[in-house]
Design a protein around this ligand. Structure first.
Ligand code: GAR
Length: 206
């Protein structure tokens, strides 16, 4: 089944582009209805338009979190959206926002990618944090969002090594290459099979 997506971004948009490219190349059965950024300068916006996707900024400057989210929700409400896809969206989502996308099975239809093996290194600087910590294996996590930052049921994880001689930049590039394959792959699996979570009793949660 083709899935209808809204992609939220804050910056460069390389993950967003990997999703748009996978759709264009017929590897992902999805339609991106809207790309929305809290940052009017986000490079992701012109990139999305190059793919013919409606892309807008809802600037958060001068707005409370609640006001900003209300405006974002108003834009999204123009569309029938199966999943909100966070792709470098550096804003914390409130419970009110998540509730708008609650599935009858209890999870939120909001998906995030994070560049670490969660629960290690949540936050805005995961590559740097894992590199500075000296992790010899790091990875990428795609998960359903919940009220906590970079937290929620895990959909997929893929590891990558830190190699001898790595700089933060080479380490980051290796991870980004994994991100760009993993996110479209997970979305395609959702398009084909829906959300598949491990049974609750098999999960070890904090
Ligand atoms: C990506 O590395 C993504 O995993 C990360 O922000 C970057 C956005 O890059 N997200 C987080 O750190 C979420 N906590 P992009 O705009 O080029 O996709």
């Amino acid at each position: 089944m083709s899935i209808r997506l809204a992609i939220l971004v804050s910056g460069r948009g390389s993950n967003m582009e990997s999703i748009l490219r996978a759709i264009k190349e017929g590897q992902l059965d999805a339609k991106v209805e809207i790309v929305l950024s809290n940052n009017p300068e986000a490079l992701a916006l012109p990139t999305a338009r190059k793919y013919g996707v409606h892309a807008i900024a809802v600037d958060n400057q001068g707005l409370s979190r609640a006001e900003h989210e209300a405006r974002v929700l108003k834009e999204l409400s123009e569309y029938e959206i199966d999943f909100v896809v966070l792709a470098g969206y550096m804003r914390i989502l409130t419970s009110n926002f998540l509730q708008k996308f609650k599935h009858k099975d209890g999870y939120f239809r909001v998906i995030n990618i994070h560049p670490s093996l969660l629960p290690a290194f949540p936050g805005a600087n995961a590559y740097e944090d894992a590199f500075k910590y000296g992790s010899l294996v790091s990875g990428i996590t795609v998960h359903l969002a919940d009220e906590k930052v970079d937290h929620g049921p895990i959909l997929a994880q893929e590891s990558f090594p830190r190699l001898e001689g790595d700089t933060l930049e080479t380490f980051r590039q290796r991870g980004l290459a994994v991100e760009h394959k993993l996110y479209p792959k997970v979305l395609q699996s959702i398009a084909k099979h829906g959300i598949r979570l491990l049974p609750q009793e098999e999960m070890i949660r904090q």
